[in-house]
Design a protein around this ligand. Structure first.
Ligand code: GTP
Length: 603
């Protein structure tokens, strides 16, 4: 295709503002999906995506569109519109950023009943960083609660255009969607590239397909990639043969090759997405490019959690399941770990909390595993007085000895809410060790607050706390911005003098006491009386900061049955046996498995 007729664009929006629904309408309107095949959210293929209504992996589709011509209304030339669907959530910012890099314009979609939200802003800033042409659009104008005039003014103010430049559509009814496609053709700059230069294509997505292996989505920037050519991945140097190249429309359609500005897919027969990394540059093996396209980053896990099967015999299944998920998720990392309390499991690294949630849910749902997950923690860098350095991904590995300094990751958070909640938000951020960076009014009653916050303070229950303090009106987005030195300590929990590794936590010094008291109190309620007295302690190093005691009982269940009837006796014995099965031994204390789950589940 002549690059002059190509338009590459994406849709960015806050979650639930209707991106997938709009994409569906575009598929229908351009005729690439027939009416009877149409099902809601055609592009979200993973079951879990459809159920949760979120987009996890981005996809690209090729849409033919002949815009309405000039005055006389005759159709113009047929253009090729490549629509690149982007994931909407903070954890996948890196993927969003690669998808944006493949585009020349973006549709900034805002719910006309909700207005601008935190992810609208975060995505808009990303789009501006990539110099994209921004097409502001209000969606859901069919809703009675829609306030298109008010939010058009807000959007116009934000991006510096006229309120009349803001398009108004209903993805549900299809109203205004044709005009939007016309606008895309009109304002999106055609891709520029050198067709005679050595081939360079950017990978913006790669997904694992059980039948075809890894399917890699690319945008060709320079040169040409053809069928059966040998290609090279520039970050690793790995060479592959192109078994198939083509475009998705939206089903995969093989082609002879892809030229400048074109978006499509490659199949090389590799089985592991880590061979085909998002952000990497593809070139030809012979006469390839020297310089990769910019912007490649290795996905870096930010949040770690221990995953353990409830039933220890499921361990091999858990390992197989993680292996399978990793085929399709280059950002998922894990290694075996043993815990005295929980047995054999894995320490798993995630991009963020949603990523963790999605993986956990897939393990449980698709692989039928029952899991215990330890409280999520971030990565710490610990510098010892002798100058050695430790990277800690598991609190139980926090070094003992003379520590000089501890660094924790921090994020830059953007919070958006109606102005009546400013006080509540500030209070929350303060209690989470946040530093206010700035505050802006987007309109009279909507305010944007920017904070630096330790990531550790966000990963636990920040989002829930924010929602409850603002009755669900606030939205949050964050991005990593480095690390800071902080006064952090490890709190251990001891049962009868034995450390319970699963409950160790790294906290700020000022919060250590509260953590210790809370955990010790919770455990005292959950641990049944034993034949001996069981002290439960929280300690920093050898210093005990909280203590409770579970008093001893005589565990003679038969005592009260002397002379009683025999069937009742048997019942009691069976009950006791039953109870034993779900107990774990910590040192010589029996702890019911429910206690672990109850303590580890956040609240
Ligand atoms: P993610 O993919 O999870 O980021 O969400 P999304 O932005 O794709 O939102 P989605 O398309 O799933 O739409 C969210 C909800 O809004 C769904 O219940 C849609 O049916 C509804 N919706 C989308 N567009 C419209 C619209 O124009 N009018 C009305 N009334 N509802 C809409």
């Amino acid at each position: 295709t002549d690059p002059a007729l190509i338009r590459n664009f994406c849709i960015i929006a806050h979650i639930d503002h209707g991106k997938s629904t709009l994409a569906d309408r575009m598929l229908q309107l351009t005729g690439v999906v027939e009416q009877r095949q149409m099902r809601a959210q055609y592009l979200d293929r993973m079951d879990i995506e459809r159920e949760r209504g979120i987009t996890i992996k981005s996809q690209a589709v090729r849409l033919p569109w002949a815009p309405t011509g000039g005055e006389d209304g005759t159709p113009g030339a047929t253009h090729v519109l490549n629509m690149i669907d982007t994931p909407g959530h903070v954890d996948f910012t890196y993927e969003v950023s690669r998808s944006l890099a493949a585009c020349e314009a973006c549709v900034l979609l805002v719910d006309a009943a909700q207005g601008i939200e935190a992810q609208t802003l975060a995505n808009l800033y990303l789009a501006m960083e990539h110099d994209l042409t921004i097409i502001p659009v209000l969606n859901k104008i069919d809703l009675p609660a829609a306030q298109p005039e008010k939010f058009a003014a807000e959007l116009a103010h934000l991006i510096g255009c006229e309120p009349s430049d803001v398009l108004k559509v209903s993805a549900k009814t299809g109203e205004g969607v044709g005009e939007l496609l016309d606008k895309v053709v009109e304002v999106t700059p055609p891709p520029v590239g050198d067709k005679d230069a050595p081939a360079r294509a950017m990978i913006f997505d790669s997904v694992y397909d059980a039948y075809r292996g890894v399917v890699t989505y690319v945008k060709v920037v320079d040169g040409h990639l053809g069928k059966r050519e040998r290609i090279r991945m520039m970050s690793t140097g790995a060479a592959h043969e192109l078994l198939e190249i083509g475009v998705s429309s939206p089903e995969m359609k093989p082609a002879d090759g892809l030229g400048v500005g074109e978006v499509g897919y490659l199949i090389t027969g590799v089985k592991d997405v880590r061979q085909s990394k998002v952000g990497d540059t593809v070139t030809l093996l012979n006469k390839g490019a020297e310089e990769p396209l910019g912007g490649y980053k290795d996905p870096k896990p930010m949040v770690f959690s221990g995953l353990y099967p409830l039933d220890g015999s499921d361990y091999p299944e858990l390992r197989d399941a993680l292996d399978k998920l990793q085929l399709n998720d280059a950002a998922l990392v894990y290694e075996p770990e043993t815990s005295a309390a929980l047995g054999f499991g894995f320490r798993v690294g995630f991009l963020g909390l949603l990523h963790l949630d999605v993986i956990r849910e897939r393990l449980e749902r698709e692989f039928g595993l029952d899991l215990i997950a330890t409280a999520p923690n971030v990565i710490y860098r610990v510098i010892m007085e002798d100058g050695t350095e430790h990277t800690v991904t598991n609190p139980s590995e926090f070094p003992t000895g003379k520590i000089a300094e501890v660094f924790e990751p921090v994020v830059r958070a953007t919070l958006l809410a109606p102005s009546e909640f400013i006080g509540a938000i500030m209070e929350l951020c303060q209690s989470r060790r946040g530093t206010l960076l700035g505050m802006d009014y987007l309109s009279e009653d909507r305010v944007e607050l920017r904070y630096t916050l330790p990531l550790a303070e966000i990963v636990f229950d920040f989002f829930d706390a924010l929602k409850s303090k603002t009755r669900g009106y606030a939205s949050l987005d964050y991005e990593p911005t480095g690390e800071q030195s902080a006064d952090l300590v490890k709190v251990d929990i001891l049962l009868h003098g034995d450390k319970v590794d699963a409950f160790s936590a790294i906290t700020h010094k000022e919060k250590a006491y509260a953590y210790g008291v809370r955990l010790v109190g919770k455990l005292r309620e959950l641990i049944p009386r034993q034949n001996f007295e069981v002290p439960i302690q929280a300690a920093i190093g050898s210093r005990v900061i909280a203590r409770e005691t579970v008093r001893a009982i005589r565990k003679d269940v038969l005592a009260k049955c002397y002379g009683g009837d025999i069937s009742r006796k048997r019942k009691l014995l069976e009950k006791q046996k039953e109870g034993k099965k779900r107990m774990k031994m910590v040192g010589n204390v029996e702890v019911p498995q429910e206690a672990f789950i109850a303590v580890l589940s956040s609240d």
